[in-house]
Design a protein around this ligand. Sequence first.
Ligand SMILES: Cc1cc2nc3c(=O)[nH]c(=O)nc-3n(C[C@H](O)[C@H](O)[C@H](O)COP(=O)(O)OP(=O)(O)OC[C@H]3O[C@@H](n4cnc5c(N)ncnc54)[C@H](O)[C@@H]3O)c2cc1C
Length: 344
Amino acid sequence: METILVLAHTEADGSLGKAALETLGAAKTLSASLAGSTLVVGLIGTEVQAAANQIAAAGAARLLGVAGAEFAQPRYSSDVLAVEALGKAAAATIILAPATSRMNRVLAGATQRLGGRIDTHATGIAAADGKPAVTRWYYRQRMEAVLSRTQRPWVVALESGCSAAFAGAAGQAAVELVPVALPAAHQRTTVTGIQAPSADEQTIRPDAKLLFVAGAGWTKKQADGQAHAAEAEQIILGFLGQTKSSLGSTKSLVDLSGEGQQVLKFMSHLNQIGQTGATPRHAKGLATCCHGEEPHTVGWRFINERRAINLNAACSWAQGKADVLYVADAFAVMRKVNELLAAK
Ligand SMILES: Cc1cc2nc3c(=O)[nH]c(=O)nc-3n(C[C@H](O)[C@H](O)[C@H](O)COP(=O)(O)OP(=O)(O)OC[C@H]3O[C@@H](n4cnc5c(N)ncnc54)[C@H](O)[C@@H]3O)c2cc1C
């Protein structure tokens, strides 16, 4: 009989974030398919009542909480004790947590303290033949493995965007607070502030519906014999600003700065999509000024609908890699698209 503990930390406003609700959704499905299993939720934060109320309808047998000002901040030394205490209080055999940076930081250490085993980067957990099994990708998301373990507790960090988030009416929940003695030595680290780019500077948006890929063509000489990197920047940023799409790049484009060529200043290696870059999951993708070579398009594996704009009708996107290829000048097309968006 499995006891499934869902671990989650509260957000700054005291609520549970999307990743936590997705993990709860996955845990509920797992619990429903494992006969005799029990679902328990463990919350960590300054105050956990509001979060507990948010998931009152989740059907958890117990709602545990580690609460206090000292648990407001993501800090290894306090979070690891909180996770350990919740795991023990729940007598959990399976612990599911969202793969947030806060949880990823402490889960392995807490697993060691609980004498368990951990799997990270899981994209799913489900019962197969009455036994829970985790799904995870290997070799740059080319091979999918299904793993199960007999060791308990079994801790699993679930990636975001892979399960449907729990959605239920809020209610009044009863929380069992779990006391955690926190020695002064566990409180030495303090988060003094957060430095993050503003929403418009942050061009990687995993939750965006559209992935907009810019290729090296944006910086190459155009029909007039000149490169137009400054205008390219303006067009691309204009489109991103209006649509809040996520920005991807080819390796050639992000490598250009090292070769002393004209570059798009907001582009970094973090934007690179492909074999040696990222493999994002967006509903749609639009590639512009990008040839569509295999090492790049391999990173489009999870993009459902693919379109490309290229001057060259024989580019690689035309070889069955795109649903629609517009043989056109991306400068002209995107200028017009921006104009239409602005007029909306
Ligand atoms: C081991 C290895 C790993 C690699 N990993 C990756 C990876 O992870 N990601 C990746 O992206 N690449 C990767 N590559 C590189 C990859 O093979 C290609 O070289 C790269 O993707 C090409 O980038 P590009 O299409 O932007 O540039 P180019 O090949 O230079 O293509 C530019 C395109 O822009 C078009 N163009 C120019 N002007 C316009 C215009 N005005 N309108 C419309 N179209 C225009 C041109 O027709 C051309 O097709 C890897 C290569 C190797 C060997």
